[in-house]
Design a protein around this ligand. Structure first.
Ligand SMILES: *Cc1c(COP(=O)(O)O)cnc(C)c1O
Length: 373
């Protein structure tokens, strides 16, 4: 049995007519940039997440860069963030000549360890950039407390976290991305809300940041050919917005299905001593964008699963402080032991709403076979 790590095809075939109709409507209208679908998607994202503003851009990476720029990251500003994430969470800081300051991660959640933030704060610290990875949000109670105590802004990288909600000590849950000053989602095809190409969204409750971000995505223009800033060309295609509007209609069901698949894995792998399954910390509603486990003999297991036609992925094989492009920051091996250990043990198993119970059974049986062979 072949099990894809991810496939967008099943959902497309299930709802082919609906997707085709939505895409054809854009083609027939001829309005490919900032067509009505883009503002409709922004409205729907506001409604769904409770954010006051939603600004569509060309990718999650751009959403991070535009947000960083809008927050005013600049020369020498220190931005506290995690080394265990995708490049874009840190390149947005470096591109603006601000300085990424890494803090190690929590071994159970893979997210920024909020207990280690304060020791890194200096007079140059400007912001905290938490990333909500894989299935759960970073400890936003602690992060927001530290930010307000030290007067720092907070940019939430919620690229993987669409639909995740944080309750913390409050009884009211808030969507990822809407708790800090500004937050971002990615619509990369594999993401929980994924398009048929690149796309991203910025959310904020701050009117001024929203206004600046809106200008920055169109070259910094306040009106056509009047430039207040040196900005970017970062717009969401109408075709992607049309696809995402279809997907957003079914998102609650997709989130439930992801939870169901995670439960299948947890039941079937509970008795396997060589695997540490994901555990959720804090009062929050997780979303299983990825089912990331910590496993013994990771590379051998991954190779064995591949031989058996099971797709897996390693998020992330090298923490950012050890990447060549960040040599200039002066970090070395041993600086962030938790992130370094995780990078040798993480293995993500296939999870998407359309994966079947038979496929999950096959993945789990094959894993157990590997450890008993
Ligand atoms: C996917 C991802 C991004 C970048 O999003 P793109 O849409 O691919 O540019 C940023 N941060 C994290 C944590 C991601 O997983």
């Amino acid at each position: 049995m072949k099990v894809n790590f991810f496939t967008p095809t099943r959902e497309y075939l299930e709802k082919k007519e609906e997707f085709n109709k939505a895409i054809s409507a854009v083609l027939e209208s001829g309005s490919f940039i900032f067509g009505p679908q883009v503002s409709e998607l922004e409205e729907e994202i506001k409604k769904y997440t409770g954010a006051k503003h939603a600004i569509a851009v060309a990718s999650g990476t751009d959403a991070l860069l535009v947000s960083s720029h809008a927050l005013g990251f600049k020369d020498g500003d220190e931005i506290i963030t995690s080394p265990f994430t995708f490049l874009a969470s840190t390149s947005c800081i470096a591109k603006l000549n601000a300085k990424p300051v890494f803090v190690d991660v929590d071994e159970d959640t893979f997210n920024l360890d909020a207990n280690k933030i304060e020791e890194k704060i200096t007079s140059k610290t400007a912001s905290i950039l938490p990333i909500h990875l894989f299935s759960q949000m970073a400890d936003m109670d602690k992060i927001m407390d530290i930010a307000s105590k030290h007067n720092l802004s907070v940019l939430e990288d919620a690229a993987e976290a669409f639909g995740m909600q944080w309750g913390g000590s409050s009884s009211e849950y808030k969507h990822s991305g809407t708790i800090g000053d500004i937050g971002i989602y990615s619509f990369f095809p594999t993401k929980t809300l994924g398009g048929y190409g690149d796309g991203g969204m910025i959310v904020t409750n701050n009117d001024k940041l929203a206004e600046t971000a809106k200008m920055l995505r169109v070259h910094g223009a306040s009106k056509k050919y009047h430039y207040d800033y040196i900005g970017y060309n970062s717009r969401l295609d109408s075709i992607q917005a049309a696809v995402l509007l279809v997907k957003l209609k079914y998102i609650d069901n997709a989130l439930k299905q992801r939870q169901k698949v995670a439960d299948w894995y947890k039941e079937r792998l509970a008795d396997c001593d060589y695997i540490k399954l994901p555990t959720v910390k804090g009062n929050q509603k997780p979303v299983y964008y990825a089912f990331n486990t910590l496993v013994e003999k990771r590379d051998e297991l991954a190779a064995y699963l591949k031989e058996n036609e099971i797709g897996t992925s390693i998020y992330y094989p090298i923490p950012l402080h050890l990447q060549k492009c960040f040599d200039y920051l002066g970090y070395k091996k041993g600086d962030f032991p938790v992130a370094e250990k995780l990078s040798t043990k993480v293995l993500a198993l296939p999870i998407y709403p359309e994966i079947t119970e038979d496929e999950v059974n096959f993945v789990c049986e094959t894993i157990k076979k590997f450890y008993t062979k």
